[in-house]
Design a protein around this ligand. Structure first.
Ligand code: HEM
Ligand code: HEM
Length: 202
């Protein structure tokens, strides 16, 4: 998302090209992809990832996949066509474009965008249903670290009590990205560095 939205930022940053693109739907397309969609997918990822940490249960994977793929395709269906209307000069912040002969042929495309936005909206309702349904009825967590993550929050008991860790609090010994290192699928952060091992974090 940062690439597909950021690349159009490069065009906008070129002042000669921006004489045409400024205040058009190209800008609206640019910033929604780069900050709107990107931020939302970051939040989705965080929620799906830490949900089991919060509630001891997983969100429903099938609903999650429908939500993810539907929203991914749907979000681009909403914002991708805006690049074209923007390049053709359709201005932003106009109540309606069908008064203008030069833009009237975009009305159907605008309707398509509206339908895509409605579909994407209902997919978010599905996400919210999945969220609350899974709090009570999701598949239960049986291991502490289901994703094979390196960070310390996955070392607490599934039902963490007061203070989060019984006994000693684990300490960070290495950066959190030691995946696929020395034949290990993942090396948690509490594992001390071996003799001569280089810590990427410093
Ligand atoms: C390579 C990266 C980026 C470049 C070169 C870039 C460049 C630009 C330029 C030149 C404009 C003004 C276009 C115009 O009105 O004529 C613009 C608009 C905008 N950009 Fe970016 N951008 C980049 C990334 C981002 C990011 C990461 C965000 C937010 C997370 C962002 C948010 C916005 C917003 C909100 C507007 C519209 C502001 C308004 O309402 O007028 N852009 N961008
Ligand atoms: C599917 C969800 C969304 C849809 C369909 C949508 C649609 C739109 C449209 C059509 C405009 C242009 C209005 C105009 O120029 O007349 C707009 C403006 C804008 N949107 Fe969104 N948007 C969505 C989500 C978001 C999100 C998540 C953010 C921020 C993270 C965002 C931030 C903005 C901003 C800053 C403007 C510019 C307002 C202005 O021109 O003063 N939008 N949105």
């Amino acid at each position: 998302m940062f690439i597909s939205g950021g690349l159009t930022g490069i065009f906008l940053g070129n002042s000669a090209i921006d004489i045409q693109l400024h205040d058009t739907y190209f800008v609206v397309a640019h910033f929604h992809i780069v900050m709107g969609i990107a931020a939302f997918f970051g939040m989705f990822a965080g929620i799906y990832n830490w949900f089991p940490k919060m509630f001891g249960r997983f969100m429903n994977e099938t609903l999650g996949k429908i939500h993810f793929w539907g929203t991914l395709v749907g979000a681009y269906a909403i914002f991708w066509p805006m690049h074209y209307t923007g390049m053709a000069g359709v201005p932003r912040r106009y109540y309606s474009i069908d008064n203008f002969d030069s833009f009237r042929h975009f009305v159907d495309l605008n309707k398509f965008i509206t339908v895509a936005a409605i579909v994407v909206f209902f997919l978010q309702v599905l996400f919210i249903i999945n969220f609350f349904y899974s709090i009570f009825s999701g598949r239960k967590m049986t291991t502490k670290n289901p994703w094979g993550a390196n960070t310390l929050e996955w070392t607490t008991p599934i039902k963490a009590g007061h203070g989060n860790w019984p006994g000693n609090i684990p300490a960070v010994q290495r950066w959190p990205y030691d995946y696929g290192k020395d034949g290990e699928e993942f090396v948690p952060q509490y594992v001390p560095l071996k003799e001569g091992e280089h810590d990427h974090g410093h």
